[in-house]
Design a protein around this ligand. Structure first.
Ligand SMILES: [Zn+2]
Ligand SMILES: [Zn+2]
Length: 784
């Protein structure tokens, strides 16, 4: 008799999904058969010793997309590889980079070609260094090293004098290598390739900064006589070539046809059921994604399926693991210890032990924060459960990519949270499974971002007239303003930096601009982190519940004069939402067009807001009470997209005039909830204002603006795809089975107005009028 083996993961999942108590929760099951890889010959220019090394490393021949990218890069074309997780994008740059270096082995160190590799995190750069070390073990000419904040002076000196492959991050480039470029002249002057790995991380304000750092890099490299080819690697996103081009300022070709193999599997979209509980304004609430995930996790573990659940916070990781253990203790006590929590903040050895346990099968299940998303190698699971859409498709596929053991099928499950985006996604699988909609946007022309980099560039090398084009259309105005302010001085050879301090200190590329408020733990005075001053009023006001790396704190005091929020550890069973009054003023119009019955505008606005109090709310949504706050007004000048409807159209929608404000407000909330489907933003990166009559437009107006000074590219992306965006918004509202609005459609967890007034049916009617005459209004599938 054959030995019994563990259940096939897909069969196990299908059986538990069929359970009668779970009817209706599985909203979609996408199956894919195993896909054979497409291998192609090594490019003819690959040095034989390199082919030999790759064979030794287990790479027989490249997959088609790897060769395609490598050929383009070898020919000097800037290229972005945007293929699936685990498809081996790195060969696309390793092949031309290593071939160039080994091919010129005869030359002196001084003239040898070099490669600069940029990763968004130190951990990833070190992982890549390890891979490179393995492949290039017998190739002494490849002298690779990582340079980051932890690198010793000796190591840095060695890198400057000898390294042919330097792995670093944009922060190092910005603060150290570019300002001190003379000492890196050998590396910069021989640059053959610049690799920008995981480039979808460079989005929003951070992406805008990195785009300017790359322009500075290009200018300095040119100064030393180099013209490197850029090779970028990205998760699958919409318009990868355009995104990579915005980031580098160069024309970039995209490779998107994935030639790597994959095993058979399924992706399940899962919606927790509505409960008897009532939330804000009596809205129906769903069972939480974490409770649902814990149950699925324990059921899979009972079947011997190795499963990993991704959750948002440390507390949720502990909760899911604990409740899965409890359920297992009831049905299969011997398995209760086979589930663990795995989260950021554990000691390295504990993490390694957990990883080892999962690989060996001693552990069958774990609940993890996304701490292991980057840099840690944990693969070979049978099933991945994702509790709540992690914000971008790229992050979702990265998490799902952890499933798939050799010769076994794999299961991925997205469990929806109770919000408009998650709800939309589990009901519209085409938005996840079709062509990607979300683009990695940034706005390098943002004057708040550009200014500091112009200063840094001028300090690196005098800025000339010819340089201005490189820094974009706002460079001229920016330089003039900086000159008028005395930051730059014009001399015959160009603009110079005039100050004693380092110009690069003007830009903190990881912050979203503006001063920071320090979050300090009471009583020991430990600094937990910082919050942008702009967000401090709403996030860390006195009395707020503040989450930091998955732990919760209560804010004792927000001291604006000292820029400090004093917090203490607490586990309250309520959350807080700031009550805020907001006023918005149109500053200027950049572009506008007619869409259906509406006029849609992209332009700049001044948002004036004041936090006046906060609500305390139980986790179920029930409101405990409101407390007043006395905080000063704040102003934000930023980019916005807005649409207006004239009175006749509003009347034609049939919405009663008293319901119009609620209808516009509801449409605004849902639109904000859905924008992350099109731009790599979080709903917390954007804000909105809606009004039945706005004094600047004289019409009903709904604004959606970037929450960062000068803008971050999100509103602009919204403008570019406004038809699809609003059609999707309409479908999300209309498709929700609640009667008068709930967190799955028009209620917003960050509403400054306590989700009042909201009129769900009116929002649909307004959007119908707005989109009238557009054939694809009713079928988002056709627009995707
Ligand atoms: Zn609803
Ligand atoms: Zn609101």
């Amino acid at each position: 008799m054959a030995m019994s083996t563990a259940t096939d993961p897909v069969a196990s999942f299908e059986r538990l999904a069929r359970g009668r108590a779970r009817a209706g929760r599985l909203t979609h099951l996408e199956r894919w058969p195993a896909r054979d890889g497409r291998q192609v010959p090594w490019p003819t220019w690959t040095p034989p010793e390199l082919v030999h090394r790759f064979h030794g490393y287990g790479v027989d021949r490249p997959w088609s997309h790897q060769a395609e990218a490598a050929e383009l890069a070898w020919a000097g074309r800037h290229v972005v590889v945007a293929t699936g997780t685990g498809s081996g994008k790195s060969l696309g740059y390793l092949l031309p980079g290593l071939s160039t270096i080994t091919g010129s082995a005869a030359g002196r160190v001084k003239d040898q070609p070099t490669v600069l590799y940029l990763a968004p995190t130190k951990a990833l750069a070190h992982d890549q260094l390890a891979v490179l070390g393995d492949i290039a073990r017998d190739l002494p000419v490849v002298r690779a090293t990582a340079v980051d904040g932890d690198t010793s002076r000796d190591e840095r000196d060695w890198a400057r004098e000898h390294a042919s492959w330097v792995l670093t991050n944009p922060d190092m480039l910005h603060r150290s290598m570019l300002p001190g470029h003379a000492r890196w002249a050998r590396l910069l002057g021989n640059l053959a390739y610049v690799v920008v790995d995981e480039c979808h991380h460079y989005r929003g304000v951070f992406g805008s900064h990195v785009a300017q750092v790359l322009r500075r890099l290009r200018r300095v490299a040119t100064h030393y006589g180099a013209g490197p080819t850029f090779v970028l690697a990205s998760a699958t996103v919409a318009e990868p070539a355009a995104c990579a081009s915005t980031l580098t300022g160069l024309p970039v070709a995209a490779v998107t046809d994935d030639g790597s193999p994959r095993g058979p599997g399924v992706l399940a979209l899962w919606e927790p059921p509505l409960t008897e509980m009532r939330g804000e304004h009596g809205a129906p609430t769903r069972r939480s994604a974490t409770a649902e995930t814990a149950e699925l996790l324990s059921d899979l573990v009972v079947d011997g399926v190795r499963a990993l659940a991704f959750v948002r916070s440390r507390r949720a990781a502990e909760t899911v693991a604990l409740s899965a253990k409890r359920q297992l203790a009831n049905v299969e006590p011997s398995l209760a210890d086979s589930v663990a929590a795995y989260r950021g903040g554990y000691l390295a050895e504990d993490r390694r032990e957990l990883e080892q346990g999962l690989r060996s099968g001693r552990l069958l299940g774990a609940a993890a924060t996304n701490a292991l998303e980057l840099g840690i190698d944990l693969v070979g699971l049978d099933a991945v459960l994702v509790a709540g859409f992690p914000g971008t498709r790229a992050a979702l596929w990265q998490q799902l990519g952890r499933a798939g053991r050799r010769g076994r099928s794999s299961v991925g499950v997205l469990v929806a949270r109770d919000d408009p985006l998650d709800t939309y996604l589990v009901r519209h699988p085409e938005a996840l499974l079709g062509k990607p909609l979300e683009a990695t946007v940034s706005d390098p022309d943002n004057p708040y971002v550009l200014g500091p980099h112009l200063c840094a560039a001028a300090e690196e090398l005098a800025l000339t007239e010819d340089d201005l084009e490189l820094f974009g259309p706002n460079a001229r105005t920016g330089v003039d303003a900086l000159t008028a302010d005395g930051m730059l001085r014009r001399r015959p050879r160009g603009w110079f930096w005039t100050r004693r301090e380092r110009a690069c200190d003007l830009a903190d590329i990881r912050s979203s601009g503006g001063p920071q408020v320090q979050v300090v733990e009471h009583p020991d005075g430990r600094v937990l982190g910082t919050v942008d001053a702009g967000a401090a009023h709403t996030n860390v006001h006195t009395g707020a519940v503040h989450l930091h790396q998955g732990r919760s704190y209560l804010v004792r005091e927000l001291d604006l004069a000292a820029s400090v929020a004093l917090v203490e550890r607490a586990d309250p069973d309520w959350t807080t939402t700031a009550r805020e009054i907001t006023d918005i003023e149109v500053v200027g119009t950049s572009r506008s067009r007619s869409v259906g019955a509406a006029t849609v505008v992209f332009g700049s606005v001044r948002v004036t807001s004041q936090v006046v109090g906060f609500l305390r709310r139980l986790l179920t949504g029930e409101v405990l009470g409101e407390e007043p706050l006395h905080l000063p007004q704040r102003q934000l000048t930023t980019a916005a997209v807005w649409w207006t409807l004239d009175e006749a159209r509003v009347v034609s929608s049939g919405v009663r005039s008293t319901d119009v404000p609620g209808a516009a407000h509801a449409a605004e909330h849902a639109a904000i909830g859905l924008l992350p489907l099109f731009a790599t933003c979080d709903r917390w990166d954007i804000g909105g204002v809606s009004t039945a009559l706005h004094r600047d437009t004289g019409q009903l107006t709904v604004f959606v603006y970037d929450g960062h000074p000068g803008g971050a590219g999100f509103a602009e992306r919204g403008y570019d795809v406004v038809e699809q965006w609003l059609a999707t918004t309409r479908a999300a509202i209309a498709g929700c089975e609640c009667r008068t609005g709930c967190p799955s459609c028009v209620q917003s967890p960050k509403c400054g107005n306590g989700n009042e007034p909201l009129h769900k049916a009116g929002a649909v009617a307004l959007l119908d009028v707005l989109l009238a005459g557009r054939a694809d209004t009713m079928s988002p599938g056709s627009t995707i």
